[in-house]
Design a protein around this ligand. Sequence first.
Ligand code: HAM
Length: 423
Amino acid sequence: MIRKVKGTRDILPPDSRLWVAVEAAAHRVFGGFGYEEIRLPLLEPTELFIRSVGEDTDIVSKEMYTFADRKGRSLTLRPEGTAGVARAYIENGLGQRPQPLRLSYMGPMFRYEKMQRGRYRQFAQIGIELFGSATPQADVEVLLVLHSFLTELGFNDLVIVLNNLGDPEDRPGFIDGFKAELDPHRDELCRDCQRRWDANPLRILDCKVERCQELVADTTPIAEVVNDAARDHVEAVESGLLSLDIPVRRAPRLVRGIDYYLRTVFEVVSPQLGEDTVICGGGRYDRLISDLGGAKVPATGFAIGEDRLIEVLPEAFSRSVLHQPVTAVLPIGDEATAAALAVARDLARSGLSAPTEVTGRSLKAGLKWAGKIEATVAVIIGESEIADGVAIVRNLAAGEQEKVALEKVPEFIAGLISRIRRT
Ligand code: HAM
């Protein structure tokens, strides 16, 4: 038997319904704010991620699926979406379109990570990016879209945490001070942080090792040493969110695991999964487009981890998606199957889910099958019904049935289902 690759998943029905429903909600909410979907390759030149995500990040240094194609070109399965969107923005001259340009995307990403709950090697992200606005209001909008989407799914316990990374020019000064404060305890840092000390000291702030966290807790937060414009920017983001009643909390050690961010960075955590399992990450990246060879185009955005989001979906949302009523369509005898399929077509057209029995089972076995697929209603149709232009509609829970004119069947069943739902 051939098994799936470690870290990948098969998403089976009925769980796949949750994915479809979450993605439909994303299209609806993002579309409402003017974001349109961009669909991009899963394969990109490796160079793209080295120059955007950053050479010394965990993602690039140890998590990418990188390989040489048959001509020896180095390709990488995308570990995140922003780099590809930025590449496409430059390559397709999207700067010529009216700005700000609002784009959304969803789909699989690949990172060779240690497997654990909520951490997969192929996972899906749902994200948006807003190009062409450097204002705090653009960050506020992006967070409002995020909040609206999560609210649409029924979340009310998620927490948005936010920090100010300042501008790249602030970084060397911050790092000097940070290292000076930490230096007396340098040898107490974990092995990874010893390496980060020279390669990417900012990431020490983000280390999950307890002793590293204790040491870092006593250092001066980065937001306290940023330039005035950066400070005003993130304060304006916070007050914008406050006036929209979107609660956010400052997280002074939040740095994110990707190099392109400046000023506003944020994450969403769930009390159910704990602070280590982040549902969404995002922030501002005003230098990325120009670093990749494009014009100076400020940008901001986020990406949600869809796998993790689905693991913590509010009960009411999951229930309403998973418990969609089903109508089993049961022909009596092979001759009635075409008529039964025609009924199924009418039901499907009116938005009902109506699978038909096509294996040639007896009516008794067909009703048993209807029970197994948890159908709410059965439509039974045999030769005498065809002759009379009717079908038998049976309420499977109540065991009651009646004859209904064929053209009235969809309307009748819709009414029946809504009556059953109310009781
Ligand atoms: P990120 O924080 O690396 O940011 O990833 C975003 C989200 O993807 C995470 O918060 C998490 O929910 C999910 N995720 C990441 N790795 C895994 C994994 N191995 N298994 C399951 N879920 C995972 C970015 O990717 C940025 N491009 C976000 C962004 C968009 N910033 C600006 N615009």
